[in-house]
Ligand binder design. Structure first.
Ligand SMILES: [Zn+2]
Length: 167
Protein backbone atom coordinates (compact mmCIF):
# COMPACT_ATOMS: atom_id res chain seq x y z
CA UNK A 1 0.00 0.00 0.00
CA UNK A 2 1.13 3.51 -0.75
CA UNK A 3 -0.29 6.89 0.16
CA UNK A 4 -2.31 8.52 -2.61
CA UNK A 5 -0.70 11.64 -3.99
CA UNK A 6 -2.18 14.58 -5.86
CA UNK A 7 -1.29 14.44 -9.59
CA UNK A 8 -1.22 18.25 -9.65
CA UNK A 9 0.79 19.29 -6.57
CA UNK A 10 2.14 15.90 -5.31
CA UNK A 11 0.77 16.47 -1.79
CA UNK A 12 -0.35 13.40 0.14
CA UNK A 13 -3.44 15.04 1.63
CA UNK A 14 -6.15 13.34 -0.43
CA UNK A 15 -9.77 12.61 0.50
CA UNK A 16 -12.70 11.02 -1.30
CA UNK A 17 -14.74 13.54 -3.26
CA UNK A 18 -18.52 13.45 -3.21
CA UNK A 19 -19.89 11.51 -6.18
CA UNK A 20 -22.11 13.86 -8.08
CA UNK A 21 -22.15 13.04 -11.80
CA UNK A 22 -23.62 9.99 -13.52
CA UNK A 23 -20.14 8.83 -14.51
CA UNK A 24 -19.06 9.08 -10.84
CA UNK A 25 -21.90 6.74 -9.92
CA UNK A 26 -21.26 4.32 -12.79
CA UNK A 27 -17.55 4.08 -12.05
CA UNK A 28 -18.34 3.31 -8.40
CA UNK A 29 -19.17 -0.21 -9.58
CA UNK A 30 -15.53 -0.62 -10.61
CA UNK A 31 -14.32 1.05 -7.38
CA UNK A 32 -12.97 3.94 -9.43
CA UNK A 33 -13.69 6.92 -7.22
CA UNK A 34 -13.29 10.69 -7.45
CA UNK A 35 -10.77 12.24 -5.06
CA UNK A 36 -9.96 15.75 -3.97
CA UNK A 37 -6.59 17.15 -3.05
CA UNK A 38 -7.18 18.95 0.26
CA UNK A 39 -4.46 21.48 -0.46
CA UNK A 40 -4.92 22.54 -4.10
CA UNK A 41 -8.54 21.32 -4.66
CA UNK A 42 -7.56 19.27 -7.74
CA UNK A 43 -10.18 16.58 -8.49
CA UNK A 44 -9.16 13.29 -10.08
CA UNK A 45 -10.32 9.69 -10.33
CA UNK A 46 -8.40 6.59 -9.53
CA UNK A 47 -8.96 2.88 -8.95
CA UNK A 48 -9.20 1.95 -5.29
CA UNK A 49 -10.01 -1.78 -5.29
CA UNK A 50 -12.38 -1.66 -2.34
CA UNK A 51 -15.79 -0.18 -1.68
CA UNK A 52 -16.34 2.94 0.37
CA UNK A 53 -19.44 5.02 1.08
CA UNK A 54 -20.02 8.33 -0.68
CA UNK A 55 -18.62 11.05 1.62
CA UNK A 56 -20.80 13.94 2.74
CA UNK A 57 -18.26 16.55 1.70
CA UNK A 58 -15.16 16.62 -0.45
CA UNK A 59 -13.02 18.69 1.88
CA UNK A 60 -12.23 17.34 5.32
CA UNK A 61 -12.43 20.01 7.95
CA UNK A 62 -9.58 20.12 10.40
CA UNK A 63 -10.58 20.63 14.03
CA UNK A 64 -9.05 23.89 15.27
CA UNK A 65 -9.69 26.59 17.82
CA UNK A 66 -8.73 30.01 16.48
CA UNK A 67 -10.13 33.40 17.51
CA UNK A 68 -12.02 35.04 14.65
CA UNK A 69 -13.43 38.49 13.98
CA UNK A 70 -16.12 38.95 11.37
CA UNK A 71 -18.70 41.38 10.04
CA UNK A 72 -21.08 41.75 7.14
CA UNK A 73 -19.33 42.18 3.83
CA UNK A 74 -18.61 45.80 2.95
CA UNK A 75 -20.91 45.53 -0.08
CA UNK A 76 -23.95 44.72 2.07
CA UNK A 77 -26.16 47.42 3.71
CA UNK A 78 -25.73 46.02 7.25
CA UNK A 79 -21.95 46.35 7.13
CA UNK A 80 -20.12 47.85 10.09
CA UNK A 81 -20.93 45.93 13.28
CA UNK A 82 -18.18 43.50 14.16
CA UNK A 83 -18.53 40.14 15.91
CA UNK A 84 -16.19 37.75 17.66
CA UNK A 85 -16.14 34.00 17.72
CA UNK A 86 -14.00 30.90 17.52
CA UNK A 87 -13.25 28.93 14.38
CA UNK A 88 -13.93 25.28 15.22
CA UNK A 89 -13.05 23.66 11.94
CA UNK A 90 -11.42 24.67 8.71
CA UNK A 91 -10.79 23.51 5.15
CA UNK A 92 -9.51 25.44 2.15
CA UNK A 93 -13.16 25.93 1.12
CA UNK A 94 -14.88 26.87 4.37
CA UNK A 95 -15.10 26.82 8.14
CA UNK A 96 -17.44 26.68 11.11
CA UNK A 97 -17.56 29.52 13.61
CA UNK A 98 -18.91 29.31 17.15
CA UNK A 99 -20.45 32.66 17.99
CA UNK A 100 -23.48 34.28 19.59
CA UNK A 101 -23.86 36.68 16.66
CA UNK A 102 -27.17 36.31 14.84
CA UNK A 103 -26.69 35.61 11.15
CA UNK A 104 -28.91 34.77 8.21
CA UNK A 105 -28.31 32.04 5.66
CA UNK A 106 -26.99 33.61 2.49
CA UNK A 107 -25.37 36.59 4.29
CA UNK A 108 -21.96 37.61 3.03
CA UNK A 109 -19.25 38.13 5.61
CA UNK A 110 -15.64 39.16 5.75
CA UNK A 111 -13.47 37.70 8.48
CA UNK A 112 -10.04 37.51 9.97
CA UNK A 113 -8.62 34.83 12.21
CA UNK A 114 -5.40 34.29 14.05
CA UNK A 115 -3.80 30.87 14.44
CA UNK A 116 -1.05 31.85 16.86
CA UNK A 117 -0.30 34.78 19.17
CA UNK A 118 2.34 36.30 16.95
CA UNK A 119 0.88 35.56 13.53
CA UNK A 120 -0.53 38.21 11.22
CA UNK A 121 -4.28 37.48 10.87
CA UNK A 122 -5.46 35.46 7.89
CA UNK A 123 -8.19 37.38 6.05
CA UNK A 124 -11.14 35.86 4.20
CA UNK A 125 -12.28 38.56 1.80
CA UNK A 126 -15.77 37.10 1.40
CA UNK A 127 -17.62 34.09 2.81
CA UNK A 128 -21.27 33.05 2.57
CA UNK A 129 -23.32 31.68 5.49
CA UNK A 130 -24.44 28.18 4.48
CA UNK A 131 -25.80 26.81 7.76
CA UNK A 132 -26.76 27.94 11.25
CA UNK A 133 -27.26 25.51 14.13
CA UNK A 134 -26.84 25.72 17.92
CA UNK A 135 -24.58 28.76 17.91
CA UNK A 136 -22.46 27.44 15.05
CA UNK A 137 -22.25 29.24 11.71
CA UNK A 138 -21.17 27.25 8.67
CA UNK A 139 -19.37 29.29 6.04
CA UNK A 140 -18.17 28.73 2.52
CA UNK A 141 -15.31 30.91 1.30
CA UNK A 142 -16.14 32.74 -1.91
CA UNK A 143 -13.26 35.23 -2.21
CA UNK A 144 -9.80 34.66 -0.90
CA UNK A 145 -6.53 36.37 -1.73
CA UNK A 146 -3.85 34.04 -2.98
CA UNK A 147 -1.53 34.77 -0.05
CA UNK A 148 -4.24 34.00 2.52
CA UNK A 149 -5.24 30.85 0.65
CA UNK A 150 -1.60 29.75 0.75
CA UNK A 151 -1.51 30.23 4.54
CA UNK A 152 -4.73 28.25 5.06
CA UNK A 153 -3.26 25.52 2.86
CA UNK A 154 -0.17 25.40 5.09
CA UNK A 155 -2.37 25.07 8.19
CA UNK A 156 -4.34 22.20 6.62
CA UNK A 157 -1.09 20.56 5.57
CA UNK A 158 0.16 20.60 9.16
CA UNK A 159 -3.12 19.52 10.80
CA UNK A 160 -4.56 17.01 8.36
CA UNK A 161 -3.17 13.47 8.59
CA UNK A 162 -2.32 11.46 5.50
CA UNK A 163 -4.94 8.74 5.67
CA UNK A 164 -5.80 7.48 2.23
CA UNK A 165 -3.89 4.53 0.91
CA UNK A 166 -4.10 3.00 -2.54
CA UNK A 167 -3.99 -0.77 -3.06
ZN1 LIG B 1 -2.90 19.04 -4.97
Amino acid sequence: MSILHCPACRAGKIRFATRTSLSDVLLTGLTIYPFRCQLCAYRFRTFLGRRTPNPRRSFDRVEVSFPVWFKSHRSSPASGVGHEGVIENLSIRGCRIRSTASMRIGSRLELEFQYSDNSVPVAIEEAVVRSIADGAIGLRFTKLHRSDERRIRQLIDVWLPELLHSV
